[in-house]
Design a protein around this ligand. Structure first.
Ligand code: UP6
Length: 264
């Protein structure tokens, strides 16, 4: 995977959302996902309008929003359509399939109505992954991709090598559900149609956030850790010029990815 072109990888992808994401990356020359960890959806929409052209994914945590409404989510979807990026809900689902299905489709948030990608911990086992979106007739199997959390970025995370190795195997079996994974290194079962998302990226801070988060630079994430897409949160949203900062991360991330592909 690491040295294959995005075009080659797009053609081996088995999930329509991963296919779309490869296309967006190539068209926008971007492998930047911004973690819009703001507490107001109005603010998220404003941020998305300004940095939309630079990013391929906007990642949110719907349960930290104080002004959530489905009407506002529709507005965000319009921005996503206009600027061509995907919306990832970083819900980190982690329960039995029967519960997760309800969390995904129901409740207040109705995540299945607006998310292109969701994250899930493979903790509950392979059946949870295969049944995540509902039965085989569920539209969500085509409209939403699961991103498996194989490794976490934090100090002393319990996502050991054995754990992520086993989970990656389950992901391969469910390749019609899984569009990619969150990780800090390429998994053993490193299927080229999958997209590796790597959080814990911050150019300004090497030391982490004093609450267990650990950071590396965009180049390290891509060249040393195997990231296809870098996830940048506070490194961008706390900056005084988010558009300029987005351009810096886009350019650093994309240069590193191009270098990895062209100089194996
Ligand atoms: N995230 C991590 N590490 C993981 C998985 N997810 O940091 O292993 C998510 C966090 C946050 C973002 O939930 O939304 O990525 C990182 O934000 P930061 O850049 O501000 O630290």
């Amino acid at each position: 995977r690491l040295h294959e072109s995005l075009e080659e990888r797009r053609s081996s992808s088995k999930h329509p959302i991963a296919t779309r994401l490869f296309e967006l990356m190539m068209a926008k020359k971007s492998n930047l996902c911004v973690a819009a960890d703001l507490t107001s959806l109005d603010e998220v929409i404003k941020l998305a309008e300004s940095i939309g052209p630079k990013i391929v994914v906007l990642k949110i945590h719907v349960d930290i929003l104080e002004d959530f409404s489905l009407a506002k989510m529709k507005q965000l979807r319009k921005v996503a359509k206009a600027h061509e990026f995907l919306i990832m809900e970083d819900r980190k689902f982690a329960d039995i399939a029967n519960t997760v299905q309800q969390q995904f489709h129901g409740g207040v948030y109705k995540i299945s109505e607006w998310a292109d990608l969701i994250t899930a911990h493979p903790l509950a086992g392979p059946e949870m992954i295969t049944h995540l979106f509902g039965d085989s007739s569920s539209d969500s199997r085509r409209t939403c991709g699961c991103v498996l959390i194989l490794e976490m970025s934090t100090k002393n995370a319990l996502t050991s090598q054995d754990y992520s190795k086993e989970a990656a195997k389950w992901g391969l079996i469910a390749s019609d559900i899984v569009a990619g994974f969150v990780g800090q290194s390429p998994p053993d079962a490193d299927f080229s149609g999958w997209i590796q998302f790597t959080p814990g990226v911050n150019s300004a801070s090497k030391s982490g956030d004093s609450k267990g988060q650990q950071y590396c630079s965009p180049a390290e994430a891509v060249l040393e850790r195997g990231a296809d897409i870098i996830i940048v949160g506070r490194g961008l949203i706390k900056s005084s010029d988010v558009v300029a900062t987005a351009e810096n991360y886009r350019s650093e991330g994309w240069t590193a990815l191009t270098k990895r592909i062209t100089n194996p």
